[in-house]
Design a protein around this ligand. Structure first.
Ligand SMILES: Nc1ncnc2c1ncn2[C@@H]1O[C@H](COP(=O)(O)OP(=O)(O)OP(=O)(O)O)[C@@H](O)[C@H]1O
Length: 288
């Protein structure tokens, strides 16, 4: 096991209302003049207040599903609705883009590339607040920025530092604070804790669970790491080569996987007691 257990794992929170509904999604790319199917016949919903896990090896189509949901990629077939409204691709009107940003936000794996290197955490959050809550006074927005940065645990000194002077975990917290600032219905977390040290990973997962309990928003949590999915996701979808091979309540799918691919993923995942450092020490030549 690479991360500690969080205290919120798999507590039922969802309300039963679907925020996101995806039906029959298909996405192909052209590679070397050949058609390549990245996502094929993928259907799922995300309930209000739930965390849906999307698990699968690299290249299984998880990020493509996220891009389809955000409207960054256009599906070749299928339909996506968010809060009952179809999510068509290629929206150009600023007002519609803003409305969508209030519905869905994404936090990427590498916060460094998605953050503006010239902006501090405070400035990044203020920018989102100005965009979405222009009707609030400057003082109210300042107060809200302070609350958001408090909630992700960035202290006064760090919230005014530039990203280059922060650790990976601290930068990830900026990404989360910025996503939260829009008060979205759904946050997509795409390998959002994968690059972090184990202890920081556990802190960020706990933070996400706490924030979800407070706000009732939904998460789509994308990861190739079964142990982090197990901690946060109520339900899980297992993807392989662009298709869903298994789905269900997270504990049930991981404790009793039915599909050979899920069984293989589980067998390949590090278990409690697995200590890479011990293996390394064992194979290291003895000092003389
Ligand atoms: N713009 C694109 N053009 C061509 N092929 C693409 C494009 N985007 C994704 N693919 C291909 O589609 C497949 C699915 O990619 P995707 O990024 O969705 O997988 P993933 O499960 O998120 O993997 P990872 O965990 O490595 O990000 C991969 O084989 C990828 O190379």
């Amino acid at each position: 096991m690479t991360v500690q257990q969080t205290h919120h794992a798999n507590e039922p929170r969802a309300t039963g209302t679907a925020v996101v509904e995806a039906t029959g999604l298909r996405k192909t790319f052209r590679l070397d003049h050949r058609e390549f199917v990245a996502v094929d016949n993928v259907s799922f919903d995300v309930l209000r207040g739930e965390c849906l896990g999307l698990v699968g090896e690299s290249g299984s189509g998880k990020t493509t599903v996220a891009k389809l949901l955000l409207g960054i990629e256009r599906p070749d077939a299928g339909r996506i609705t968010v809060n009952g409204r179809p999510r068509d691709h290629g929206v150009t009107k600023a007002r519609e883009r803003r409305r969508r940003a209030r519905e869905t936000q994404i936090v990427f794996q590498d916060p460094y590339t998605s953050l503006d290197p010239r902006q501090s955490a405070h400035q990044a959050v203020m920018e989102v607040l100005r965009l979405h809550f222009g009707e609030l006074s400057g003082a109210r927005r300042e107060k809200r920025a302070g609350e958001l940065l408090d909630s992700v645990g960035l202290d006064t000194r760090r919230r005014h530092a530039l990203p280059i002077n922060l650790s990976g975990g601290q930068r990830q917290r900026i990404g989360i604070a910025r996503a939260l600032a829009a008060e979205p219905d759904v946050i997509i977390l795409d390998e959002a804790v994968s690059g972090l040290d184990v202890s920081i990973q556990a802190q960020v997962l706990n933070l996400l669970a706490d924030l979800q309990a407070e706000t009732g928003m939904s998460y789509i949590f994308i990861s190739h790491d079964l142990s982090v999915i197990r901690q946060l996701a109520d339900r899980v979808i297992v993807m392989r080569d662009g298709t869903i091979v298994e789905r269900g309540q997270t504990a049930k799918v991981f404790d009793d996987p039915q599909h050979p691919y899920t069984q293989m993923l589980r067998a390949a995942a590090p278990r409690p007691g697995w200590r890479p450092e011990r293996r390394a020490a064992e194979s290291r030549p003895q000092a003389t």
